[in-house]
Design a protein around this ligand. Sequence first.
Ligand SMILES: Nc1ncnc2c1ncn2[C@@H]1O[C@H](COP(=O)(O)OP(=O)(O)OP(=O)(O)O)[C@@H](O)[C@H]1O
Length: 311
Amino acid sequence: MTDNRTILELKGIHKEFGDLVALKEVDLSICKGEFFGLLGPNGAGKSTLMKILSGFIESDSGEVLIDGQTVGLHDMAARRRCGLVPQEIALYESLNSLENLRIFARLYKLPHKQAEARSEELLKSVGLWERRNDRVKEFSGGMKRRLNIIVSLLHNPDILLCDEPTVGVDPQSRNAIFDFLEARNREGLTVLYTTHYMEEAERLCPRIAIIDHGDILACGEQKELLRKADFEREIVIRKGPDQESFLAGLKQHGELMEDELVYRLMPSSKSRLSEIYSALESAGLPYEILDVRPPSLESLFLKLTGHRLRD
Ligand SMILES: Nc1ncnc2c1ncn2[C@@H]1O[C@H](COP(=O)(O)OP(=O)(O)OP(=O)(O)O)[C@@H](O)[C@H]1O
């Protein structure tokens, strides 16, 4: 359950790699108990932000605060408030799952009894207890992902930083991961979840920030962001041969994006659907409306950036 107290705050986090600006003065505020999403395409700066938050790299400028206190790079007590689920699987393949957890428990300096009890509880919670003596290299991708997630929870953090934890996971395992994270979030865990999958942000994260080229372009409740976008629906039109004047006509009604097989028109709120239909009708086939649907995060992203989430 979310309460209104800010648990994690980023103020002006800036990071450059040579000439490349990976993060541009990022400000974000995350409340205790939130499931907050950071949505952006590959290369947007999500992992860089997660690495800064978990103390792997240092920002060039800016501050990270937990419960209002500035966190220094080597402030281990504060860093332990966070657990990081890295994008890459970080496990010892030739060891079994219990041995993996024991190694990480030692790194976290957990007392032995506590570590054993916590490992059992966590392995059971992701359905891997029966497989505790099997070597990780024999695991499916989804099982490795689940183990990767619980490693980051061994020390009972208050904040879980999940960096695209479902990359390469089949839909069934993906749902199991979502259910697991949602259950932990209901128990009070604050989750910061990065993804380039719109569907994941839609399902998991009531509040999101959209990031592109290191820049936070929008931040707020999903519903609010979509309501504020100056379009009420998205119209999907099957592509035909290029007709400059036809396309120019459509552009008068709103933002027009070109996809592989379709155009997506995001009509401004002033545009009338009937005018759009008649423009299409007079252009004749093969232009064809395939779908008229409420705006999605994908169309909002297109509108904000001019390109798709997964270009
Ligand atoms: N150590 C580094 N040295 C140089 N450039 C880097 C380094 N780490 C990241 N970058 C660059 O910074 C930008 C942001 O990368 P980052 O990994 O944070 O993006 P991302 O949103 O996590 O995308 P992905 O999901 O593909 O990892 C990219 O252009 C990337 O090439």
